[in-house]
Design a protein around this ligand. Structure first.
Ligand code: PLP
Length: 380
Protein backbone atom coordinates (compact mmCIF):
# COMPACT_ATOMS: atom_id res chain seq x y z
CA UNK A 1 0.00 0.00 0.00
CA UNK A 2 2.32 2.73 -1.20
CA UNK A 3 -0.53 5.22 -1.31
CA UNK A 4 -1.57 4.71 2.28
CA UNK A 5 -1.51 7.42 4.90
CA UNK A 6 -0.74 4.92 7.56
CA UNK A 7 2.06 2.45 7.04
CA UNK A 8 4.93 4.68 8.16
CA UNK A 9 2.94 5.76 11.23
CA UNK A 10 2.04 2.34 12.63
CA UNK A 11 4.56 2.68 15.44
CA UNK A 12 4.42 6.46 15.86
CA UNK A 13 0.66 6.82 16.37
CA UNK A 14 -1.35 5.60 19.32
CA UNK A 15 -3.66 2.76 18.36
CA UNK A 16 -6.70 5.00 18.93
CA UNK A 17 -5.33 7.23 16.15
CA UNK A 18 -4.28 4.34 13.97
CA UNK A 19 -7.76 2.83 13.69
CA UNK A 20 -9.08 6.18 12.42
CA UNK A 21 -6.23 7.14 10.09
CA UNK A 22 -4.82 3.92 8.63
CA UNK A 23 -5.63 2.55 5.19
CA UNK A 24 -6.64 5.87 3.62
CA UNK A 25 -5.29 7.16 0.31
CA UNK A 26 -3.08 10.27 0.27
CA UNK A 27 -3.14 11.36 -3.39
CA UNK A 28 -4.88 14.68 -4.07
CA UNK A 29 -8.33 14.00 -5.46
CA UNK A 30 -8.53 10.45 -4.07
CA UNK A 31 -11.60 9.64 -1.95
CA UNK A 32 -10.94 10.48 1.69
CA UNK A 33 -12.64 7.27 2.77
CA UNK A 34 -11.63 3.77 1.72
CA UNK A 35 -13.73 3.00 -1.38
CA UNK A 36 -15.88 -0.08 -1.68
CA UNK A 37 -14.30 -1.79 -4.69
CA UNK A 38 -16.51 -4.59 -6.02
CA UNK A 39 -14.01 -6.07 -8.46
CA UNK A 40 -13.08 -9.58 -9.54
CA UNK A 41 -10.50 -8.53 -12.11
CA UNK A 42 -8.31 -5.57 -13.04
CA UNK A 43 -6.96 -4.13 -16.29
CA UNK A 44 -3.73 -5.98 -17.04
CA UNK A 45 -0.36 -4.30 -16.69
CA UNK A 46 -0.85 -2.81 -13.22
CA UNK A 47 0.23 -5.78 -11.11
CA UNK A 48 -3.25 -6.62 -9.89
CA UNK A 49 -4.85 -9.29 -12.08
CA UNK A 50 -7.57 -11.22 -10.27
CA UNK A 51 -9.02 -10.39 -6.83
CA UNK A 52 -8.73 -13.90 -5.39
CA UNK A 53 -4.99 -13.86 -6.12
CA UNK A 54 -3.82 -10.29 -5.50
CA UNK A 55 -6.65 -8.91 -3.37
CA UNK A 56 -8.50 -5.62 -3.69
CA UNK A 57 -7.85 -2.12 -2.31
CA UNK A 58 -10.75 -2.54 0.14
CA UNK A 59 -9.33 -5.78 1.58
CA UNK A 60 -5.92 -4.16 1.79
CA UNK A 61 -7.26 -1.29 3.88
CA UNK A 62 -8.70 -3.80 6.36
CA UNK A 63 -5.40 -5.68 6.35
CA UNK A 64 -3.43 -2.51 6.97
CA UNK A 65 -5.64 -1.45 9.90
CA UNK A 66 -5.63 -4.82 11.66
CA UNK A 67 -2.02 -5.61 10.72
CA UNK A 68 -0.88 -2.30 12.21
CA UNK A 69 -2.76 -3.00 15.44
CA UNK A 70 -1.43 -6.54 15.77
CA UNK A 71 2.05 -5.47 14.70
CA UNK A 72 2.54 -7.64 11.61
CA UNK A 73 1.35 -8.29 8.05
CA UNK A 74 -2.27 -9.30 7.80
CA UNK A 75 -4.34 -11.43 5.44
CA UNK A 76 -8.11 -10.83 5.38
CA UNK A 77 -10.47 -13.76 4.98
CA UNK A 78 -14.16 -14.43 4.44
CA UNK A 79 -14.67 -15.24 8.15
CA UNK A 80 -12.79 -15.90 11.35
CA UNK A 81 -13.08 -19.63 10.70
CA UNK A 82 -11.61 -19.19 7.21
CA UNK A 83 -8.58 -17.45 8.75
CA UNK A 84 -8.30 -20.23 11.36
CA UNK A 85 -8.65 -22.99 8.74
CA UNK A 86 -5.83 -21.32 6.74
CA UNK A 87 -3.57 -21.62 9.81
CA UNK A 88 -4.49 -25.29 10.29
CA UNK A 89 -3.83 -25.77 6.56
CA UNK A 90 -0.14 -25.10 7.25
CA UNK A 91 0.26 -28.29 9.31
CA UNK A 92 2.24 -31.25 8.01
CA UNK A 93 0.50 -34.65 7.90
CA UNK A 94 0.44 -36.29 11.32
CA UNK A 95 0.96 -33.04 13.21
CA UNK A 96 0.28 -32.68 16.92
CA UNK A 97 -2.26 -29.94 17.68
CA UNK A 98 -2.75 -28.64 21.21
CA UNK A 99 -5.95 -26.76 22.01
CA UNK A 100 -7.30 -25.15 25.17
CA UNK A 101 -9.95 -27.13 27.06
CA UNK A 102 -12.17 -24.04 26.76
CA UNK A 103 -12.23 -22.49 23.30
CA UNK A 104 -14.40 -21.38 20.42
CA UNK A 105 -16.56 -24.33 19.41
CA UNK A 106 -15.84 -23.94 15.70
CA UNK A 107 -12.11 -24.37 16.31
CA UNK A 108 -12.69 -27.47 18.44
CA UNK A 109 -14.88 -28.88 15.66
CA UNK A 110 -12.33 -28.05 12.96
CA UNK A 111 -9.61 -29.78 14.98
CA UNK A 112 -11.79 -32.82 15.70
CA UNK A 113 -12.83 -33.04 12.04
CA UNK A 114 -9.19 -33.09 10.87
CA UNK A 115 -8.28 -35.64 13.56
CA UNK A 116 -11.12 -37.91 12.42
CA UNK A 117 -9.72 -37.76 8.88
CA UNK A 118 -6.28 -38.75 10.19
CA UNK A 119 -4.66 -35.40 9.38
CA UNK A 120 -3.42 -34.63 12.89
CA UNK A 121 -3.93 -35.57 16.52
CA UNK A 122 -5.44 -33.25 19.10
CA UNK A 123 -4.67 -32.74 22.74
CA UNK A 124 -6.55 -30.37 25.07
CA UNK A 125 -4.95 -28.48 27.96
CA UNK A 126 -6.44 -26.20 30.62
CA UNK A 127 -6.00 -22.55 29.62
CA UNK A 128 -4.49 -21.62 32.97
CA UNK A 129 -2.08 -24.57 33.29
CA UNK A 130 0.99 -22.68 32.04
CA UNK A 131 3.41 -25.49 32.95
CA UNK A 132 1.47 -27.94 30.76
CA UNK A 133 1.61 -25.52 27.81
CA UNK A 134 5.35 -25.01 28.26
CA UNK A 135 5.78 -28.78 28.22
CA UNK A 136 3.61 -29.15 25.10
CA UNK A 137 5.64 -26.48 23.28
CA UNK A 138 8.51 -28.98 23.08
CA UNK A 139 6.62 -31.42 20.85
CA UNK A 140 3.52 -29.72 19.41
CA UNK A 141 3.38 -28.60 15.78
CA UNK A 142 0.57 -26.17 16.57
CA UNK A 143 -0.10 -24.59 19.93
CA UNK A 144 -3.54 -23.03 19.53
CA UNK A 145 -4.29 -20.53 22.25
CA UNK A 146 -7.43 -18.53 22.87
CA UNK A 147 -7.35 -15.91 25.59
CA UNK A 148 -9.57 -14.82 27.19
CA UNK A 149 -11.28 -18.11 26.41
CA UNK A 150 -14.83 -18.64 25.25
CA UNK A 151 -17.01 -18.80 27.28
CA UNK A 152 -15.23 -19.25 30.62
CA UNK A 153 -12.97 -16.21 30.10
CA UNK A 154 -9.83 -17.88 31.42
CA UNK A 155 -6.73 -15.82 30.67
CA UNK A 156 -3.61 -17.65 29.50
CA UNK A 157 -0.10 -16.57 30.42
CA UNK A 158 0.67 -15.75 26.80
CA UNK A 159 4.01 -14.00 27.45
CA UNK A 160 5.35 -17.18 29.06
CA UNK A 161 3.81 -19.64 26.61
CA UNK A 162 4.66 -17.69 23.44
CA UNK A 163 8.27 -17.22 24.55
CA UNK A 164 8.80 -20.87 25.51
CA UNK A 165 11.35 -22.92 23.54
CA UNK A 166 9.40 -24.83 20.91
CA UNK A 167 9.77 -27.54 18.35
CA UNK A 168 11.50 -26.11 15.25
CA UNK A 169 8.93 -24.97 12.70
CA UNK A 170 6.07 -25.10 15.20
CA UNK A 171 3.30 -22.51 15.02
CA UNK A 172 2.04 -20.72 18.11
CA UNK A 173 -1.31 -19.22 17.15
CA UNK A 174 -3.48 -17.00 19.32
CA UNK A 175 -7.17 -16.43 18.75
CA UNK A 176 -7.15 -12.79 19.86
CA UNK A 177 -10.83 -12.13 19.14
CA UNK A 178 -12.04 -11.61 22.73
CA UNK A 179 -9.14 -9.32 23.72
CA UNK A 180 -8.96 -7.48 20.40
CA UNK A 181 -5.53 -6.23 19.32
CA UNK A 182 -6.15 -3.11 21.41
CA UNK A 183 -5.98 -5.09 24.64
CA UNK A 184 -3.44 -7.78 23.73
CA UNK A 185 -0.64 -8.10 21.17
CA UNK A 186 0.30 -11.78 20.81
CA UNK A 187 2.96 -11.11 18.16
CA UNK A 188 4.84 -8.84 20.57
CA UNK A 189 4.87 -11.74 23.03
CA UNK A 190 6.35 -14.15 20.48
CA UNK A 191 3.30 -15.79 18.89
CA UNK A 192 3.69 -16.80 15.25
CA UNK A 193 0.24 -15.68 14.21
CA UNK A 194 -2.68 -13.80 15.74
CA UNK A 195 -6.22 -14.36 14.48
CA UNK A 196 -9.28 -12.13 14.66
CA UNK A 197 -12.85 -12.96 13.91
CA UNK A 198 -13.49 -9.50 12.44
CA UNK A 199 -17.15 -10.48 12.59
CA UNK A 200 -16.98 -9.47 16.23
CA UNK A 201 -15.22 -6.37 17.58
CA UNK A 202 -13.46 -5.16 14.41
CA UNK A 203 -16.76 -4.99 12.49
CA UNK A 204 -18.68 -4.29 15.68
CA UNK A 205 -22.20 -4.05 14.26
CA UNK A 206 -23.38 -7.66 13.72
CA UNK A 207 -23.66 -7.00 9.99
CA UNK A 208 -20.77 -8.94 8.43
CA UNK A 209 -18.58 -12.04 8.51
CA UNK A 210 -14.83 -11.56 8.11
CA UNK A 211 -11.55 -12.76 9.57
CA UNK A 212 -7.95 -11.59 9.68
CA UNK A 213 -4.71 -13.49 10.38
CA UNK A 214 -1.57 -11.47 11.13
CA UNK A 215 2.05 -12.61 11.31
CA UNK A 216 5.60 -11.25 11.21
CA UNK A 217 6.86 -14.39 9.48
CA UNK A 218 7.09 -13.52 5.78
CA UNK A 219 6.89 -17.17 4.69
CA UNK A 220 3.83 -17.79 6.78
CA UNK A 221 2.24 -14.60 5.41
CA UNK A 222 2.82 -15.87 1.87
CA UNK A 223 1.48 -19.29 2.81
CA UNK A 224 -1.68 -17.76 4.31
CA UNK A 225 -2.19 -15.75 1.10
CA UNK A 226 -1.79 -18.97 -0.88
CA UNK A 227 -4.24 -20.78 1.39
CA UNK A 228 -6.79 -17.99 0.85
CA UNK A 229 -6.23 -18.08 -2.89
CA UNK A 230 -6.51 -21.87 -3.21
CA UNK A 231 -9.49 -22.25 -0.88
CA UNK A 232 -11.14 -19.15 -2.29
CA UNK A 233 -11.72 -17.93 1.28
CA UNK A 234 -11.85 -14.31 0.20
CA UNK A 235 -13.65 -11.48 2.00
CA UNK A 236 -16.67 -9.94 0.31
CA UNK A 237 -16.21 -6.40 -0.97
CA UNK A 238 -19.07 -5.01 1.12
CA UNK A 239 -17.94 -6.97 4.18
CA UNK A 240 -14.41 -5.60 3.95
CA UNK A 241 -15.78 -2.08 3.49
CA UNK A 242 -18.05 -2.45 6.52
CA UNK A 243 -15.23 -3.95 8.59
CA UNK A 244 -13.09 -0.91 7.78
CA UNK A 245 -15.98 1.38 8.67
CA UNK A 246 -16.49 -0.50 11.92
CA UNK A 247 -12.80 -0.48 12.82
CA UNK A 248 -12.77 3.34 12.80
CA UNK A 249 -14.70 3.36 16.10
CA UNK A 250 -13.15 0.22 17.61
CA UNK A 251 -11.20 2.04 20.31
CA UNK A 252 -14.19 4.17 21.35
CA UNK A 253 -16.60 1.24 21.34
CA UNK A 254 -14.25 -0.95 23.32
CA UNK A 255 -13.61 1.72 25.95
CA UNK A 256 -17.31 2.31 26.51
CA UNK A 257 -18.35 -1.36 26.44
CA UNK A 258 -15.51 -2.33 28.76
CA UNK A 259 -16.62 0.29 31.25
CA UNK A 260 -20.18 -1.04 31.06
CA UNK A 261 -18.97 -4.63 31.47
CA UNK A 262 -17.11 -3.85 34.70
CA UNK A 263 -20.16 -2.05 36.11
CA UNK A 264 -22.45 -4.98 35.28
CA UNK A 265 -19.98 -7.60 36.53
CA UNK A 266 -19.64 -5.81 39.88
CA UNK A 267 -23.42 -5.56 40.25
CA UNK A 268 -23.96 -9.20 39.23
CA UNK A 269 -21.56 -10.32 41.98
CA UNK A 270 -23.94 -8.82 44.54
CA UNK A 271 -27.11 -10.16 42.93
CA UNK A 272 -28.99 -12.59 45.20
CA UNK A 273 -29.98 -14.85 42.28
CA UNK A 274 -26.50 -15.09 40.71
CA UNK A 275 -24.05 -17.76 41.92
CA UNK A 276 -20.89 -17.24 39.82
CA UNK A 277 -19.63 -14.23 37.83
CA UNK A 278 -16.73 -14.73 35.42
CA UNK A 279 -15.10 -11.52 34.25
CA UNK A 280 -11.31 -11.16 33.90
CA UNK A 281 -11.45 -7.77 35.68
CA UNK A 282 -12.96 -9.11 38.90
CA UNK A 283 -10.45 -9.90 41.69
CA UNK A 284 -12.49 -13.06 42.35
CA UNK A 285 -11.82 -14.36 38.82
CA UNK A 286 -9.43 -17.37 38.88
CA UNK A 287 -7.03 -15.79 36.35
CA UNK A 288 -7.35 -12.17 37.56
CA UNK A 289 -3.64 -11.86 38.37
CA UNK A 290 -2.68 -13.05 34.88
CA UNK A 291 -5.30 -10.80 33.30
CA UNK A 292 -3.87 -7.74 35.08
CA UNK A 293 -0.38 -8.59 33.89
CA UNK A 294 -1.24 -9.57 30.31
CA UNK A 295 -4.30 -7.58 29.21
CA UNK A 296 -4.52 -3.83 28.73
CA UNK A 297 -8.28 -3.97 29.30
CA UNK A 298 -10.53 -6.73 30.61
CA UNK A 299 -12.91 -6.91 27.66
CA UNK A 300 -16.65 -6.76 27.25
CA UNK A 301 -17.78 -10.35 27.83
CA UNK A 302 -19.21 -11.66 31.10
CA UNK A 303 -20.26 -15.25 31.81
CA UNK A 304 -22.43 -15.70 34.88
CA UNK A 305 -24.39 -18.56 36.41
CA UNK A 306 -27.85 -18.18 37.90
CA UNK A 307 -29.09 -19.89 41.03
CA UNK A 308 -31.68 -22.25 39.64
CA UNK A 309 -32.12 -24.46 36.63
CA UNK A 310 -31.81 -24.21 32.86
CA UNK A 311 -35.50 -23.31 32.51
CA UNK A 312 -34.96 -20.32 34.80
CA UNK A 313 -31.95 -19.17 32.74
CA UNK A 314 -33.98 -19.57 29.53
CA UNK A 315 -36.75 -17.49 31.09
CA UNK A 316 -34.26 -14.70 31.88
CA UNK A 317 -33.24 -14.72 28.20
CA UNK A 318 -36.90 -14.37 27.21
CA UNK A 319 -37.45 -11.43 29.59
CA UNK A 320 -34.59 -9.15 28.53
CA UNK A 321 -35.76 -6.43 26.15
CA UNK A 322 -32.80 -4.09 25.67
CA UNK A 323 -30.25 -6.90 25.79
CA UNK A 324 -31.05 -9.06 22.77
CA UNK A 325 -31.36 -12.82 23.05
CA UNK A 326 -28.85 -13.72 20.34
CA UNK A 327 -25.53 -15.44 19.84
CA UNK A 328 -22.26 -13.78 18.83
CA UNK A 329 -20.56 -10.88 20.55
CA UNK A 330 -18.48 -7.76 20.22
CA UNK A 331 -21.13 -5.48 18.71
CA UNK A 332 -22.57 -2.11 19.70
CA UNK A 333 -25.69 -3.82 21.01
CA UNK A 334 -25.64 -6.13 24.03
CA UNK A 335 -26.49 -9.78 23.41
CA UNK A 336 -26.94 -12.74 25.73
CA UNK A 337 -27.50 -16.47 25.42
CA UNK A 338 -27.45 -19.65 27.50
CA UNK A 339 -24.41 -21.45 26.18
CA UNK A 340 -25.27 -24.96 27.40
CA UNK A 341 -28.39 -24.81 25.20
CA UNK A 342 -26.12 -25.03 22.16
CA UNK A 343 -25.50 -28.55 20.81
CA UNK A 344 -21.96 -29.57 21.76
CA UNK A 345 -21.81 -27.17 24.72
CA UNK A 346 -23.74 -29.31 27.21
CA UNK A 347 -20.61 -29.68 29.37
CA UNK A 348 -20.95 -26.05 30.47
CA UNK A 349 -22.84 -25.05 33.63
CA UNK A 350 -26.55 -25.36 32.79
CA UNK A 351 -27.46 -21.79 33.79
CA UNK A 352 -24.37 -20.08 32.35
CA UNK A 353 -25.37 -16.95 30.44
CA UNK A 354 -22.78 -15.33 28.22
CA UNK A 355 -23.39 -11.61 28.03
CA UNK A 356 -21.65 -9.50 25.38
CA UNK A 357 -21.90 -5.99 26.74
CA UNK A 358 -22.49 -3.22 24.21
CA UNK A 359 -22.22 0.55 24.27
CA UNK A 360 -25.67 1.37 25.68
CA UNK A 361 -26.06 3.16 29.03
CA UNK A 362 -24.85 0.94 31.89
CA UNK A 363 -27.82 1.75 34.14
CA UNK A 364 -30.29 0.93 31.38
CA UNK A 365 -28.52 -2.38 30.82
CA UNK A 366 -28.58 -3.16 34.52
CA UNK A 367 -32.26 -2.30 34.86
CA UNK A 368 -33.01 -4.63 31.94
CA UNK A 369 -30.89 -7.50 33.25
CA UNK A 370 -31.96 -7.23 36.88
CA UNK A 371 -35.59 -6.80 35.82
CA UNK A 372 -35.42 -9.90 33.62
CA UNK A 373 -33.89 -12.01 36.41
CA UNK A 374 -36.56 -10.85 38.88
CA UNK A 375 -39.42 -11.34 36.41
CA UNK A 376 -38.20 -14.85 35.56
CA UNK A 377 -37.86 -15.68 39.27
CA UNK A 378 -41.42 -14.47 39.86
CA UNK A 379 -42.56 -16.80 37.10
CA UNK A 380 -43.89 -13.90 35.04
C1 PLP B 1 -16.75 -15.94 16.31
C2 PLP B 1 -15.43 -16.48 16.70
C3 PLP B 1 -14.65 -17.22 15.79
C4 PLP B 1 -15.14 -17.55 14.40
O1 PLP B 1 -15.31 -16.41 13.63
P1 PLP B 1 -16.37 -16.35 12.41
O2 PLP B 1 -16.14 -14.98 11.89
O3 PLP B 1 -17.72 -16.60 12.98
O4 PLP B 1 -15.99 -17.41 11.44
C5 PLP B 1 -13.43 -17.68 16.22
N1 PLP B 1 -12.98 -17.45 17.47
C6 PLP B 1 -13.68 -16.74 18.35
C7 PLP B 1 -13.13 -16.51 19.71
C8 PLP B 1 -14.94 -16.22 18.01
O5 PLP B 1 -15.65 -15.55 18.90
Amino acid sequence: MTSSAGSEHAKEWKQETWVVAAGRAVEPGAPLNVPLVPASNFILGGGRVYARDEGTPTWEALEEIVGGLEGGRAVAFSSGMAAIAAVFDQLPAGAVVVLPDDCYQGVAHLAAHGAAKGRWSVQRLPVEDTAAWLGAAKYADLLWLESPSNPLLAVADLPAICAAPRKPGAIVAVDNTFATPLNQKPLDMGATVSVQSATKFIGGHSDLLAGVATTRDERLWQALRTARELAGATPGALEAFLAVRGARTLALRLERAQHNALVLAQRLVRHPLVSVVRYPGLPSHPTYATARRVLKGFGTIISFDLKGDAAFADAVCRHVRLIRHATSLGAVESTMERRAAIPGQEHLPATLLRLSVGIEDADDLWADLDGAIRAAAAGA
